[in-house]
Design a protein around this ligand. Structure first.
Ligand SMILES: [Zn+2]
Length: 352
């Protein structure tokens, strides 16, 4: 058994980062969970969070004073959330003495959140790390101003706290309020993709409401999964559930219509894919007719070409049309053969 000091950064007087969530609120929830699980595992834990400091300096020096007042601490842990529009989790260390524990904590948090692992970072200018007598680490548990991070972290403060506790101890904690027995059946694993979710792993389910549901719906729509006529209305109704099911099917997940970390990650992947993929030309323009349009052709396609070329529209591809097509092709650096193939067609009808 060992002694630990845990604190959450900032306080109500000197708030931390703000975005979709408030750092000093969520970091306290994670801190409380971390302490709960460490104590459940029989450790001595001091909560050195400062609620009194009126300035950032007072807040930081008060935390360090509290940490350094204890003797025989194995580790001091500072819990924060990031801001600035990035994504993911990272752990700051003063030096390489904390390499092992920092790596364990990062991996544990990653396993339960799948937030981007930004890695371990050495930093000798962070006040708490520099002035704490015991070895210390500072954990950034995701970005408050990045939607996905904020949603996942908010939904999983308890799970993240447990992951941090397990990372600190280097072993799994079996149950809340129960001494830990190192066990092979690790309770913290990435949510397996084809087994039903535990309640604590559910981010969104049917009948949920609110802004986070709306952002989920907006992402579903952007990724090409319709959430029904009412659009992103902030209500997780049957159509949203159906969209989630289709997404789950596409990504070979358990199809239950419930959004957990794996499904959220699949949605992020789908969004990425959509972003990378340029719009296929034929979705922007009229589909290219099956056959080449050339001298002798007639019909609707020819009429459209003539309209684009600003020549007489009669739907018959004659000499004048051919000449106009050649001129058009020359102007657009296409092979000037007077035949409208797919390239010329796309060039003529693409939306500018
Ligand atoms: Zn902070």
């Amino acid at each position: 058994m060992a002694n630990y000091s845990i604190h959450a950064g900032h306080n109500a007087n000197v708030p931390g980062a703000q975005g979709y969530i408030r750092e000093e609120v969520i970091d306290r929830q994670i801190k409380d969970a971390t302490i709960k699980y460490l104590r459940a595992a029989g450790q001595t834990v001091y909560d050195d969070t400062d609620e009194q400091g009126k300035t950032q300096n007072e807040n930081l020096s008060s935390i360090v004073r509290k940490i350094n007042a204890h003797s025989g601490l194995a580790l001091a842990v500072s819990i924060h959330l990031n801001a600035g529009g990035g994504a993911g989790i990272e752990v700051y260390q003063y030096d390489s003495k904390t390499d092992t524990v920092a790596a364990r904590v990062l991996n544990k948090i990653y396993a339960v959140t799948r937030l981007r692992n930004r890695g371990q970072k050495k930093n000798q200018s962070l006040y708490v790390l520099r002035h704490s007598k015991p070895p210390a680490i500072l954990i950034e548990c995701g970005f408050v101003d990045t939607k996905t991070d904020a949603e996942i972290v908010t939904a999983k403060t308890d799970v993240i706290g447990k992951a941090i506790a397990e990372g600190i101890l280097g072993k799994d904690i079996n149950k809340e309020n129960q001494s830990s027995q190192p066990s092979k059946s690790a309770s913290v694993k990435p949510v397996p993709s084809r087994t039903p979710l535990n309640r604590s792993d559910i981010l969104f389910k049917k009948s949920d409401k609110g802004f986070a549901v709306r952002t989920l719906q907006q992402d579903l729509i952007k990724a090409g999964y319709s959430v029904g006529k009412s659009g992103a209305d902030g209500v997780f109704g049957p159509a949203t559930e159906n969209a989630v099911r289709v997404l789950q099917k596409d990504y070979k997940l358990l199809v239950d219509g419930i959004v957990g970390v794996e499904t959220r990650a699949a949605l992020s992947k789908a969004l990425e894919k959509k972003k990378k993929q340029p719009k296929p030309p034929d979705s922007a323009i009229a589909p290219y007719p099956e056959t080449l349009i050339k001298r002798g052709s007639s019909g609707k396609g020819v009429e459209r070409i003539q309209r684009v070329l600003s020549i007489h529209v009669d739907g018959i591809f004659g000499a004048k049309t051919e000449a106009a097509v050649k001129a058009y092709q020359k102007r657009h650096n296409l092979t000037a053969d007077g035949i409208v193939g797919p390239q010329t067609w796309i060039s003529m009808f693409k939306k500018s």
